[in-house]
Design a protein around this ligand. Structure first.
Ligand SMILES: Nc1ncnc2c1ncn2[C@@H]1O[C@H](COP(=O)(O)OP(=O)(O)OP(=O)(O)O)[C@@H](O)[C@H]1O
Ligand SMILES: O=C(O)C1=C[C@@H](O)[C@@H](O)[C@H](O)C1
Ligand SMILES: [Mg+2]
Length: 172
């Protein structure tokens, strides 16, 4: 079964783009963060607070593997950190996987996240200055893992609809 896997930094648009891609293609969309929250019966913020990040990463890996093994065609939106832990980046190269890195610049990410950080525990308590520096360094550290993806789509200055069309072109 084919799995279209969208990955990239927090705020690059994985959830937003995947929802729209799902509507156009009629391929069901699974949001890994949302499924983790349903399974744990708590928000990602609460998982980080109560059990810590290592617990979250373990759960994230187990559920990602499970989603890849299901018998359905799916679009899977990953969490921002998913490819960077537990060798998940190796799973992006699987035979039945079309992995797509939604590549956004530091400025794009900052502008999208600055008023939208409360549900993202890694940046929730940072001021604006701190956040910009954090995104720059963090994105640099994570790029190695994101670049293991089979395809790359640049999302800067693109509308949701344009990015969806760019993805369809890459997959054609
Ligand atoms: N052209 C665009 N493409 C995608 N998202 C956009 C665009 N313009 C603005 N946005 C906004 O940017 C935000 C992207 O957030 P979204 O939750 O989709 O990202 P994400 O990659 O799933 O983040 P996370 O890893 O934290 O789950 C949304 O608020 C969305 O409305
Ligand atoms: O970038 C990250 O490490 C994260 C991104 C979110 O999607 C969530 O998976 C969680 O907040 C961690
Ligand atoms: Mg998301």
């Amino acid at each position: 079964m084919k799995k279209i896997v969208l990955l990239g930094y927090m705020g690059c648009g994985k959830s937003t783009i995947a929802q729209n891609l799902s509507k156009i293609t009629n391929i069901p969309f699974l949001d890994l963060d949302k499924i983790i929250e349903e399974r744990a019966k708590m928000s990602i913020n609460e998982i980080f607070e109560k059990h810590g990040e290592i617990y979250f990463r373990k759960l994230e890996h187990e559920i990602f593997v499970e989603l890849l093994q299901s018998d359905e065609n799916n679009i899977i939106g990953l969490g921002g950190g998913t490819p960077c832990y537990a060798n998940n980046h190796e799973l992006l190269k699987g035979e039945n996987v079309d992995s797509i890195y939604l590549k956004a610049s530091i400025d794009t990410l900052y502008n999208r996240l600055v008023y939208n950080k409360s549900k993202r525990p890694l940046i929730a308590n940072m001021d604006e200055e701190e956040m910009k520096e954090f995104i720059a360094k963090h994105l640099f550290d994570r790029s190695f893992y994101y670049n293991q993806s089979k395809h790359k789509v640049v999302v800067d200055d693109r509308s949701v609809e344009e990015t969806v069309q760019d993805i369809l072109r890459v997959l054609a």
